[in-house]
Each structure stands twice: as structure tokens, then as C-alpha cells.
Design a protein around this ligand. Structure first.
Ligand code: SAH
Length: 572
């Protein structure tokens, strides 16, 4: 069939896209239908037709899916924010987990994923304690209540057709404002704050911003709440100087009397550009210290209007708890946290690691990460500004910094190839991959799988209920080569009897243990010395029968031994 725009057809929705559209097939042709959910039978109208797929608009649900619910939010269909609110929450979770597993299988080549319960038993196995073979996928961590979970909201201001000031949200992919002062993902306080600002603007004839003519004053309001502290932040985004906002001190007083001491920070952000970027760089403080405070776990954060901060702090803590558990820290490890943002994961890990190094491309985020480390008295975290794929090789190759554990939390495009290669060279025992895009996660996991790592377990976490997004944590461990026989080798076996040599070996061992808290064997030292041609082959080999395979010095220890040899000026 040759489909054309405006064709009307019926389809059964069998899957959903990452963007939350329902997917239905008609005679082998794939349709993406917004607002349709898995299990629906729908009538739809073709909007855009490509060669083998098309986009269609939902006309009516002919037979609703058993998992279809009436969205709680009256604007769910107009607003671009919640694509899958019409799917019951437990079903959303199942859909997300399935999507991740499909990608890990299809792209990542992980054939043997098995769904297990909290205790690691096969799910739906009628309580039978069957042994699990394969890679366990632990239950997705959902929200207890998938509403009002966002600590941050940015409402645009505008004008209604009858000339009233309105605040709301942009209708999906447009810039027309739909008047709504309550978003069910945001906190209850939003509504009161918006109405207070709107009344103030009406009273003092302060105009809202008009995008096309670039006129008017109030563009947006940013509202943030510290979920653990209860502190509130209000920041008005203005297309003009702060004194153009009449009687700002009166608004400050009103907001403070409404919320008491919880109203901790009131400010303006000046943005006079013709731009879609919401915040302007200049912040003028009207009340309070210029920031609010909040906690993730027991790490404290100072959040200013321009700082990045996770929008769902409750789930963030659960996600990072999982990452921390997968990192398996005992207090002795050197950890790299790549793509570290404001250092949320780094500071979380620093409490259980010997040393954490964070890398992030945005200088302001690293500024925040360092400030947050100081604020919490965390001294074993160091941060680098730069690309992970540049900083990591440089620190590893030039400064010989290695890692026991590497944690990555990259943006949607996943890890850079050079970054992955360097991780492989650094040979950490564990890699914890935190991902917001399971397709690139699967691609990177496949590469790590081909280069010495195996996936030990997988767990998803829902940070953005009612959207198609999902976070995943994967624990990878370094495979032990099957040629490796774990035998202890002592000096006698190495036939190194000269006391001088013994002293040298002991010195190297002590140096490495002192500096890095890592033990190395004489055999490993001998192997590295041999590599640099500073040990007689004979000494090294004679003590062993030909057929005994020796353990090979792992690369991370090799780096340390090289560093020690350099320190003792035995190599240059
Ligand atoms: N773990 C962080 C958030 C990670 S989001 C936190 O909890 O705050 C991904 C981060 O990667 C973003 O902060 C982004 O700025 C950063 N980023 C993107 N490309 C990068 C690159 N090539 N090297 C380092 N960081 C990068």
C-alpha cells in the first residue's frame, strides 16, 4: 500500500518508542502514533509518510489497552512533558525495563539476561529458589508515588487572548503558552508562588514578555525546592534591568510572608537576548544568600539559580546508591568518575573510597563540584575540567594515575571511543556504567565485553516517570584470563638470592604499598624489570619448570611498578 498524508487507518499498538509514541504495524509499515499506548487499538491519521515508516495522529481509541489510565493531569495531551501518562505506572516501568533489556540483547549482544527479584531469584518462578544462570537484571527501581517528584520548574509568562497575564507551559514543540499553574510533576508550592507573582504584576502593571516583538519584562520564573531542607528559591527572568520590576521589595515581603523561613532565596536573572535559552548569565539578588541548600544522601549541596542539580533527588539517591554498591568500595580504591557534572557521584563515592578523580567538560560544574567537596569537608576528591577522552589518557599516560574502579555517567551519546580504550588500558577491576540511553549503553558494553570485561548485573531506575526516559546501572568486572594460575611466588623460586637484589625488591614493594596501598609480588616486579631489560632472563626463568604458566602482572600493577622503578632511577 502506498500511504499518503491524511490517510486514516486502524492499528494495534504493540510497542512504544523512546519518545513515548505508540508503535503499530499495518501491512509491514511502521506507524509512530503519539498518545497511543501499548495494547490500544486505535484509529489514526497519517501526518508524515516516509519510505518504511510514518507518523500519525491519534483520532480515537477504538479498544483501550488494559493498561490505559485517564491521565491525572488535565493538560497531559497538550503538554510535551509527559508522553506516557496514559499508561499505568507499573506498566511504564515494565516498558522501560523491557526497552533496556532489548537494547542490551540486540545491540549489546547480551543473550543471557535473566529477570530476577530483589533476592536474586528468578522472577515469577513461584517462589522456587532456582539457580540463576546468566546475567541478572534486578527489578527496576520505581517511584513510590510518581507525582510531584521534580524539585525544579520553569514557567513561561505570557498574555491570554483576553489580555490577562498568564503563566503555564509551552504546548508540545511550540512556543504558545497554555495557562496552567500546576504541573503534577512539580511541587505544590509552584501554584501559590505563580499566583503571587501574577497578582503583583497585575497590580503594578508589569508586562509579561512577548516573544515575537521581544518586548515586555517578565519572561520566566524559575522555582526550586530543596526536598530534604524544604528551602524554596524563586528567580524571575527579566528582559530588562531589575529596577524595571516595580516594587520588587513588596513581592519579596509577600513571598516571605506566604512561606516563612522556607522562602530562602529570591533573585532576578537578566536575559535581554532574543533566545530560547531561559536563564540569563547575570543574577541580581533580592533576598537571601543567593542559594538554597539541599542534600543527596548525606552530601550537602549549595544550589544557586544557575547551578545544575538533579531534578529528582529522591530517585537520584537510589540510583547513586546502586552505583555505589556496584563499585564495591572498601576504602582502599582509587576511583575515576567520568562525566561527573557537579560531582554528585564523586562525592557520594569519596565517602567510601581512598581517592576519587572526577572529570567534566563544563568548567562551572567543576567549580560547583569543588565547592561542594569543600562544603562537605571531603578531601579525597580531585576534579579536572576537560573532555573525559582527553583528561583520562593524559593522567594515565603522563602521571600514571590508575583506577581500581571507573564510574561513567555519560550524556546520551555514550562514551567516546578514546575514553573506552583508555579504560581498557587502565584495566580497573570494575566499571560501573550509569546510562540515560540504553542504546549507546549497549554499544559501549559490547565493546568493553570484547576487551576484557563481562557484565555482572544490570538494574534500571526510573527518574522521569511519565516520560519515555530510563536510567540504567550496569556493573562490569574484569575477566580473569583463563591462562591465569594463581600461585604465590617467592624469592627462592625466582632464584634471586643476592641480598642486594632482595633489598631492591623489598624497597619497591614498600614504596608501592606505602604510596598506593597495593601489594605487588616479586614475580610481578621481575616481569616489569624484564620488560625494561634490567633483569637477566636466566634469573627470572630458571626456577620454574617449563610447563608451569606464571601469573602475568596486571596492567594496573605494572604501572605502579614502572612508577616505582622510575622513582628509584632504575628506568628513565
Ligand atoms: N553524574 C553527573 C551528571 C552526568 S550528566 C551528576 O550527577 O551531576 C553527563 C555530564 O557529562 C554532563 O554534565 C556533561 O556536561 C558532561 N559531558 C559531556 N560530554 C563530556 C565529555 N566529552 N567529557 C566530560 N564530560 C562531558
Amino acid at each position: 500500500m502506498n500511504w499518503k498524508k491524511n490517510d486514516v487507518f486502524q492499528a494495534l499498538i504493540e510497542d512504544m518508542s523512546d519518545a513515548g509514541e505508540g508503535i503499530g504495524k499495518v501491512d509491514g509499515f511502521t506507524w509512530f502514533i503519539k498518545d497511543a499506548v501499548i495494547g490500544d487499538k486505535v484509529e489514526a491519521k497519517a501526518m508524515k509518510v516516509k519510505k518504511s515508516y510514518g507518523f500519525a495522529r491519534l483520532l480515537q481509541v477504538l479498544e483501550p489497552s488494559p493498561s490505559r489510565v485517564t491521565p491525572l493531569c488535565p493538560s497531559a495531551r497538550q503538554c510535551g512533558g509527559c508522553q506516557i501518562q496514559a499508561l499505568a505506572y507499573p506498566e511504564q516501568l515494565r516498558f522501560k525495563e523491557k526497552k533496556v533489556c532489548n537494547n542490551l540483547r540486540r545491540i549489546g549482544g547480551l543473550e543471557n539476561l535473566v529477570l530476577v527479584d530483589e533476592a536474586g531469584r528468578l522472577r515469577d518462578a513461584d517462589g522456587m529458589a532456582e539457580p540463576v544462570e546468566g546475567i541478572p537484571v534486578y527489578p527496576i527501581i520505581g517511584m513510590e508515588r510518581p507525582w510531584r517528584y521534580r524539585n525544579k520548574a520553569q514557567f513561561p509568562f505570557g498574555m491570554s487572548k483576553d489580555g490577562r497575564i498568564i503563566a503555564g507551559f509551552y504546548a508540545g514543540r511550540t512556543h504558545s503558552i497554555i495557562e496552567t499553574e500546576d504541573c503534577l510533576l512539580g511541587v505544590e508550592e509552584n501554584r501559590e508562588i505563580l499566583s503571587c507573582i501574577r497578582n503583583h504584576m497585575e497590580r503594578h502593571h508589569i508586562a509579561s514578555y512577548h516573544e515575537e516583538s521581544h518586548s515586555g519584562l517578565v519572561r520566566h520564573v524559575l522555582i526550586r525546592k530543596g526536598f530534604q531542607t524544604g528551602e524554596l528559591m524563586v528567580c524571575l527572568v527579566l528582559n530588562g534591568p531589575v529596577n524595571a520590576f516595580t516594587a520588587s521589595e513588596e513581592l519579596v515581603e509577600e513571598l516571605r510572608s506566604l512561606f516563612g523561613p522556607s522562602m530562602a532565596s529570591i533573585s532576578c536573572s537578566i536575559n535581554r537576548e532574543r533566545t530560547n535559552v531561559i536563564m540569563g548569565a547575570e543574577i541580581v539578588n533580592l533576598y537571601g544568600p543567593g542559594y538554597i541548600t539541599d542534600y543527596i544522601g548525606n552530601v550537602k549541596y549549595r544550589i544557586s539559580p544557575l547551578s545544575f542539580y538533579q531534578v529528582n533527588p529522591v530517585q537520584t539517591e537510589k540510583l547513586y546508591d546502586t552505583a555505589l554498591k556496584y563499585a564495591g568500595l572498601t576504602g582502599k580504591e582509587t576511583v575515576w568518575d567520568l562525566y561527573c557534572g557537579i560531582g554528585t557521584i564523586s562525592l557520594f563515592l569519596a565517602q567510601k573510597a581512598k581517592m576519587v578523580y572526577g572529570v567534566e567538560i563544563i568548567p562551572e560544574a567543576i567549580g560547583d563540584a569543588r565547592a561542594n567537596a569543600r562544603l562537605n569537608g571531603i578531601q579525597n576528591a580531585e576534579f579536572f575540567v576537560g573532555k573525559a577522552e582527553e583528561v583520562l589518557p593524559e593522567q594515565f599516560e603522563k602521571n600514571h594515575i590508575y583506577a581500581d574502579v571507573v564510574v561513567v555517567d555519560p550524556p546520551r551519546k555514550g562514551c567516546d571511543q578514546v575514553c573506552l580504550d583508555t579504560i581498557v588500558k587502565m584495566a580497573p577491576q570494575r566499571v560501573v556504567y550509569v546510562s540515560c540511553d540504553s542504546a549507546t549503553l549497549a554499544r559501549d558494553v559490547k565493546y568493553l565485553g570484547e576487551n576484557g570485561y563481562q557484565v555482572e548485573k544490570v538494574r534500571c531506575c526510573d527518574m522521569f516517570g511519565h516520560s519515555g526516559h530510563v536510567e540504567t546501572v550496569v556493573k562490569l568486572v574484569r575477566k580473569t584470563p583463563d591462562t591465569y594460575i594463581d600461585i604465590t611466588v617467592d624469592m627462592d623460586e625466582l632464584d634471586l638470592t643476592a641480598s642486594e637484589a632482595k633489598t631492591t625488591y623489598q624497597k619497591i614493594k614498600d614504596y608501592i604499598e606505602e604510596k598506593y596501598d597495593v601489594k605487588v609480588s616479586s614475580l610481578y616486579i621481575a616481569q616489569v624489570k624484564q620488560k625494561y631489560g634490567i633483569i637477566e632472563r636466566e634469573n627470572y626463568n630458571t626456577a620454574k619448570p617449563e610447563n608451569v604458566r606464571q601469573p602475568q602482572c596486571p596492567p594496573e600493577k605494572e604501572k605502579l611498578i614502572e612508577e616505582a622503578l622510575r622513582h628509584f632511577k632504575m628506568i628513565s
